[in-house]
Design a protein around this ligand. Sequence first.
Ligand code: 0O2
Length: 217
Amino acid sequence: MQDKVANGEGIESWQEVTLVYNAALRQVQTKMEILNDEFQHVHQYNPIEHIKARIKNPESIVKKLKRHGYDSTIENMVKYINDIAGIRIICSFTSDIYRIAEMISEQRDIKVIGVKDYITYPKASGYKSYHMIVTVPVYLSDRIVDTKVEIQIRTVAMDFWASLEHKIHYKFEGDAPEHIKSELIECSRMVADLDARMLSLNEEILAISQARGGDLS
Ligand code: 0O2
């Protein structure tokens, strides 16, 4: 029987970090694909548009450790950086976000250790997204490593906004001109409005479809 170790304990090199976090990433990605397939089977509808997965590059990890005042050690990476493994789930409608978050938290082998709901409480920049930090058990030959994965769930429109804002943030090293910042805030309002209108349109279409016996075509 393998011993269970907490949060990446025993990881000693960057190679081990990538091995374990890549395994965790693949597990969560596969789980999401299975849930999406099952949802399609039961409800004839896919809540997930697409999924992106990435391992944070070492430079960004070191930068983030520095930002938080920690030395660049493997131990600190594993302990303090929650998004070494990151999955982004993009969906069509805001309602899908909470549906997916609930499905994730109901998975027996996933432990939710933190949630940041930037949809109900957007950031001052206008950023909207639902973040979950979870752990999944990675089964190695001699131990089971509970490994953190950050899951970001957002709509296509929120993702479009966040990608551009991220680019601008990096371009101006976090100090973009005021008119660009306020234009971004205005765009985030438009994104929220678009998401709300698309959701209500979709609900209307579903209601009509149900009234016609399930087929709109
Ligand atoms: P990068 O360059 O994308 O990797 P914590 O996890 O609680 O210790 P953290 O990481 O600040 O602290 O938590 P948070 O707020 O959940 O942010 C995690 C990630 O979400 C960020 O990673 C970004 O990818 C994204 N994010 C957060 N705020 C914003 C924002 O205002 N705009 C955009 N575009 N993305 C955001 P990194 O490592 O900060 O950045």
